[in-house]
Ligand binder design. Structure first.
Ligand code: SF4
Length: 218
């Protein structure tokens, strides 16, 4: 019998790597990369996930995740929440006992995400060219279990992000991550600015890029 469409998701890749970002950085992690994204950030490094992919049943995804034998799972994209059934996948992964994180653009509603999931929510800066997509109604929903991430392209982005953190009191709600946009901003400049301003944010480099560069599936 054919699997009901409600149980399937469009998937670009599933792979085992080291978590390169956010609170779970360094943990061996299975990445489930869903296909599709309604945004077009100018620095996007996963454009290969915009199109294509294959339909996978949720049970098959769970079996593939289990095959890798690690505790951490990251559902990413593209923009994973662009597929409504992503919510069901997240719930199923939590039910199976994994430490689950979700990487999302911040442009879609996070209210329906299982509360056991650690949500890593981007706030798109002016330099991304997608700032108008930020869904600010997500901010009051954030808890200490979540994180907000800014990818900073230049000094103007930094000042914008600094103002957003203060205006929305984000640092009192959850961890705030500032990352330099690769090849656009020298990491040391960003670190120096954060230190000079004593900002209550975490500087981060994408560890997987230090290790493997831009190789897909890493
Ligand atoms: S939201 Fe993420 S996947 Fe989508 S265009 Fe921006 S960086 Fe790329």
């Amino acid at each position: 019998m054919e699997t009901p469409a409600a149980e399937r998701l469009r998937l670009t890749e599933i792979f085992l790597s080291v978590q390169g970002e956010a609170r779970a950085v360094g943990w061996p992690t299975v990445f489930v990369r869903l296909t599709g994204c309604p945004l077009r950030c100018q620095y996007c490094d996963t454009a290969y996930a915009f199109h294509g992919g294959e339909w996978w049943e949720i049970d098959t995804i769970l079996a593939e995740v289990a095959r890798h034998g690690v505790r951490h799972v990251c559902v990413t994209g593209g923009e994973p929440l662009a597929q409504k059934r992503c919510l069901k996948l997240l719930e199923a992964l939590c039910d199976a006992g994994y430490e689950v994180s979700l990487e999302t653009s911040g442009a879609l509603d996070i209210a329906g995400v299982d509360p056991r999931v650690s949500r890593v929510v981007d706030l798109k800066t002016p330099g991304s060219k997608e700032m108008h997509r930020n869904l600010l109604s997500n901010l009051p929903l954030l808890t200490a279990h979540d994180q907000v991430k800014f990818v900073i392209c230049d000094r103007a982005d930094y000042e914008w992000a600094r103002a957003m953190v203060a205006e929305h009191a984000i640092a009192g709600r959850c961890d705030v991550l500032f990352s330099p946009s690769q090849s656009e901003l020298a990491p040391r400049d960003l670190a120096d600015w954060i230190i000079a301003d004593r900002l209550p944010v975490r500087f981060q480099l994408q560890l997987h890029k230090v290790l493997w560069g831009d190789t897909p599936g890493k």
